[in-house]
Structures are given as C-alpha cells and as structure tokens.
Design a protein around this ligand. Structure first.
Ligand code: MHF
Ligand code: KIV
Ligand code: MG
Length: 281
C-alpha cells in the first residue's frame, strides 16, 4: 500500500492547469484566456478557458475607476479569492497592481508572495517595461510563476497620455521586442502582448520561448485574452480589438425595466411569490 495520500473515492481527478501546462502550449493549440473578478463568472468561464486572469482592469470594470492606477493589493486579493472559489480547472493568475512591484525585486517578492498565499492562485502578472526583467527573474527563482505583459501597458498610460496602440514606429517596436525578450529570458511562463500591430506581434511570438497571449495584438500570438465584460457587452466601451459575443447590458436593462413596470403596476409580487401564515386548525 502506498503511504501517499489518495484522493477520496469518487472525487474527480481533475486538477488545475499549471504554469508548465500553459508554457507547453507554445506554438500549439491556442491558449484561451479571459478575465474574471468574481466566483459565479469564474465558474461559468472555467470549462471553456485555459487561464483566468484576475485583471487590475477590475478597477475600471467593477469599481468604476477611470484607469487602473487606483487599484490596490487588497482589491486584487479579495477578487482573487472569489475567482479561486469559482474556478476548478483553469489556471488562475492575479494582476499585480500599480505600485506593488516597481520599486524593486524585494518589494515585488513580498507583495507577490502575499497574493499567492492569500489567494492560492497559480501565478501573478506584471507589466514589464524596460528594466523589469531583474524583478521577474528574482520572483521566478523564488518559486513564483510570472506572466509578463508588454506593449501597451495600462499602468503607464498616465505618463504616456492615454491608451494608444504601441510599436508603430521602429524605435518603439524594437524597445517592445527587447522588453519581451528580456521577460522571456527572465523565465516568464507566458507573455501578454497588448495593443501592437500584427508585424510586431509576429516578431515577438517568433523570438520568445514563452507563449504570447494577445489582446489587440492580432492572430499571430499563441493565445488570446479579452476582458470578459467587454466581450459580454456589459462594460460599454468597445475599442477596435473587442468582439462582442453578447449584449448583457441590454439583457440587464430589459429585465430591470420589466421589474420596475411590474412593481409599479402591483403585478409583483404575485401569490406564488408570497408567504402566508398557517390557517388556524
Ligand atoms: N474593460 C477594459 N478592457 C480592456 O481591454 C482594458 C481595461 N478595461 N482596462 C485596462 C486596459 C486598458 N485597455 C485599453 C483601453 C482603451 C483602448 C483604446 O481606446 N484604444 C483605441 C485607440 C487606439 C489608438 O489610438 O492607437 C482603439 O480604438 O482601439 C485600448 C486598450 C485595455 N485594458
Ligand atoms: C487585459 C488584461 C491583459 C489585463 O491586464 C487586465 O485585464 O487587467
Ligand atoms: Mg492588467
């Protein structure tokens, strides 16, 4: 008899995808990724996705902030915990928010370790501009699976003046390519490439050993990610790279209008929706 603990009889042997599983998809079947911020949404997406990202876009999408700068570590932990409760199979990755990792490797390790401990997620994501590779290497060497993020880096858009596609001129393109190469060499298990033209996405994908996950970065990447609420038509804001698969905003609007009408007309609640006291005897 094996001394090792066995899973309980009848329990599914299903396990979550890991950083190694995602990395092994380089050049193979496209890696399917979406964002998730809450347990029921994560549960609905889980069967269809390889990876769920708890994006710092949660600040804009859920909390109504104008950009991602105001997102805190506490917000990421809370939403990360919710997504971990909803997802069974997909790898869960948590975005590190602005100000939690840029000061240097030691700050980054302390905050990433906290996020990993408090959420149980399988990895973290860092926006990787020039100079970030040292931090990525430090984290990976200490056991933290890191996803990089190059190209349009939303946490830097205040300094750069808005969300604009990147790498249109050759100087900017080669900078982004070298950011990606440095992130890859540092040991990232995957790299998000955001808001770049197809030619640059193709060059990056060919140059790095990690799978590239595109958002507004063409079909040349090894996988794709979108913000779920954009794709569902719940966040009303559709840059060119978003495809809408549903109109949840319209569904909510219709349902709320119907409910309001029913309450005002005293059609809701009906008898079946009402509790009654027991009849005496
Ligand atoms: N809901 C949501 N979806 C996202 O994709 C997303 C967030 N939030 N928050 C963080 C970043 C910000 N992102 C953005 C935001 C806006 C554009 C945008 O407006 N792009 C324009 C202009 C491009 C240009 O001028 O080069 C476009 O039409 O695509 C792009 C990426 C992507 N991320
Ligand atoms: C769009 C993805 C890549 C992201 O960083 C986010 O949702 O915050
Ligand atoms: Mg993000």
């Amino acid at each position: 008899m094996s001394a090792q603990a066995q899973p309980p009889k009848g329990a599914s042997p299903q396990r979550r995808l890991s950083a190694q599983d995602i990395r092994a998809r380089k050049g193979g079947d496209p890696v399917v990724c979406l964002t998730a911020y809450d347990a029921p949404t994560a549960a609905a997406l889980d069967a269809h996705c390889d990876l769920l990202l708890v994006g710092d876009s949660v600040g804009m999408v859920v909390h109504g902030l104008p950009n991602t700068i105001g997102v805190t570590l506490e917000m990421m932990v809370l939403h990360g915990q919710a997504v971990m409760r909803g997802a069974q199979k997909a790898m869960v990755v948590i975005d590190m928010p602005f100000g939690s990792y840029e000061a240097g490797p030691e700050q980054a390790f302390a905050n990433c370790a906290r996020v990993m401990k408090e959420t149980g997620a399988q990895g973290v994501k860092l926006e990787c501009g020039p100079g970030a590779a040292e931090t990525v290497a430090y984290l990976v060497q200490r056991g933290i699976p890191v996803m990089g993020h190059v190209g349009l880096r939303p946490q830097s858009t205040l300094a750069e003046g808005g969300f604009k596609a990147k790498g249109k001129d050759e100087a900017e393109a080669s900078q982004i390519l070298s950011d990606a190469e440095a992130t890859d060499t540092a040991g990232a298990f995957a790299i998000v490439v955001e808001g770049v033209a197809e030619g640059l996405a193709r060059r990056i994908t060919a140059a790095v050993s990690a799978p590239t996950i595109g958002i507004g970065a063409s079909a040349a990447c090894d996988g794709q990610i979108l913000v779920t609420d954009d794709m569902l038509g719940r966040f009303e804001w559709t840059p060119r790279f978003v495809r809408r698969y549903a109109d949840l905003r319209g569904v909510i609007d219709q349902a709320a209008a119907q409910y309001a009408e029913d309450v005002r007309a005293r059609r809701f609640p009906a008898e079946v929706e009402t509790y009654f006291s027991k009849k005496p005897g």
